[in-house]
Design a binder for this molecule. Structure first.
Ligand SMILES: Cc1cc2nc3c(=O)[nH]c(=O)nc-3n(C[C@H](O)[C@H](O)[C@H](O)COP(=O)(O)OP(=O)(O)OC[C@H]3O[C@@H](n4cnc5c(N)ncnc54)[C@H](O)[C@@H]3O)c2cc1C
Length: 395
């Protein structure tokens, strides 16, 4: 039986561990934290991410928890439309999912074939010719035919195998929260939750997770919002951070103030936005008869402006699982590298273009941006959406 060690039980690691186990691999999933715990936020999945989850055999689980996300357009802080909402064909419509629901679906996908070991922080990787790949935490060595590094942005394995790559700040921080369904404000009938508002270095996006239990027993429901602001994360406690957000977004179009008001400080998750520069030169490393691959944020951490990080992690997982079903292990590792690097590079390029627009500051630059946004942004977005949608799992 072929064996794999997957390092990191985030979205990417759990998706690939379950897929390999369902294909008959013996899988050990190593997680540094003492418990595998999802963030209490949500995630937008574009058609490529949805397709990848279906290719991984998780379509039914996803259907039970996903809420379609219609295009809500883009407004300026004064309420003027930069980009009017447009009807989206069903096959191009993203969905929004509570991360705890997605986590449950991925855990269910692990079945009982994956050995999950928590409290194991991998510190070393062995990738030398003639020996099977292995990782270690200083106490134990875990050897397998395949090592999947899904250990996130600060990947220790990537640091050792692709030292040319560094993690840098993207110059902004993000705050996210889900207002649970039982505390979600009732909005007037003519007010939509969905949509994006863009100011000078500030951005606010909101989406409805629907009613609890509308699509499936496990759906949590509520309203998800994410606010991004140029600068570093704030050191203050959550209630002060929320007060700051209320000040920064005061006077922005409804329902932003209402949503911030309905948010409990304990629900707010703050995060510095970071990315990899440059991307690693390789995503697959042949080692003896097996190999090591980088997957998810470990391979291509990027700012979340196009909502593609998790989608690409699922693409990585579906590609790797598909290749491993079709080919010998060394060929699958080479194929993974060949398919995933250009794909990630394209999405990172699109994301960086979007970052430049989103983080525009200064009056003149802002006027130019607003003028340009009306024409550029739909084009940029549809190029990004087309690039995202174009992905197909390997047959
Ligand atoms: C504000 C924000 C909004 C976002 N919104 C979206 C969105 O709408 N759509 C989307 O597609 N993406 C979005 N993303 C991106 C998405 O969250 C990430 O790309 C995705 O979660 C990456 O998953 P991962 O499994 O690769 O890494 P992670 O989720 O970081 O998981 C890595 C795991 O590895 C573990 N680990 C780390 N080091 C070690 C070690 N040495 N040994 C063992 N275990 C280790 C960690 O504890 C963790 O559990 C967003 C990101 C942010 C910051």
């Amino acid at each position: 039986m072929r064996s794999a060690v997957v390092v990191g039980a985030g979205l990417g690691g759990m998706a690939v561990a379950g897929a390999l186990a369902r294909s008959g691999w013996r899988v050990t999933l190593l997680e540094r934290a003492d418990r595998v715990r999802p963030e209490p936020t949500a995630v937008v999945l574009w058609p490529n991410g949805v397709r990848a989850l279906r290719a991984l055999g998780l379509g039914a689980g996803l259907d039970a928890i996903a809420t379609p996300l219609p295009d809500g357009g883009i407004r300026r802080p004064d309420g003027q439309w930069l980009v009017q909402p447009r009807p989206t064909p069903a096959e191009r419509m993203p969905v929004v999912v509570h991360r705890e629901d997605l986590h449950d679906a991925l855990i269910a996908g692990l079945g009982d074939q994956v050995e999950l070991r928590t409290g194991v922080g991998v510190r070393t990787v062995r990738a030398v010719p003639g020996e099977r790949p292995a990782v270690g935490d200083g106490r134990h060595t875990f050897e397998a035919d395949l090592v999947v590094a899904a250990d996130g942005t600060d990947s220790e394995i990537r640091r050792q195998l692709a030292p040319e790559t560094t993690v840098v700040s993207s110059g902004c921080a993000a705050w996210r929260a889900v207002i649970p369904w039982y505390r979600a404000p009732q909005l007037p009938a003519d007010q939509s939750v969905h949509g994006e508002t863009l100011g000078a270095g500030y951005r606010f996006v909101a989406a409805s997770l629907g009613e609890r239990g509308t699509a499936g027993a496990s759906r949590r429901g509520g309203i998800y919002w994410v606010a991004t602001a140029a600068g570093a994360p704030r050191p203050e406690p959550p209630e002060i951070q929320l007060a700051l957000l209320k000040r920064w977004y005061a006077g922005w179009p409804a329902p932003i103030a209402t949503l911030l008001e309905a948010t409990d400080p304990a629900d707010v998750v703050q995060q510095e936005i970071r990315e990899l520069r440059p991307l690693p030169r390789a995503y697959g490393f042949g080692v003896g008869p097996g190999g090591v691959v980088l997957l998810g944020d470990a391979a291509h951490a990027m700012p979340p402006h196009l909502g593609q990080g998790a989608c690409l992690a699922f693409e990585d997982a579906a590609t790797l699982a598909g290749l491993l079903r079709e080919s010998r292990l060394p060929d699958a590792v080479t194929g993974y590298d060949r398919l995933r690097r250009p794909r990630a590079a394209t999405m990172v390029r699109q994301t960086r273009r979007m970052s430049a627009v989103l983080q525009t500051r200064g009056r003149l630059a802002l006027r130019a941006r607003d003028a340009a946004l009306g024409t550029i942004s739909p084009r940029m977005r549809s190029t990004a959406a087309a690039a995202a949608a174009a992905w197909q799992p390997p047959s």
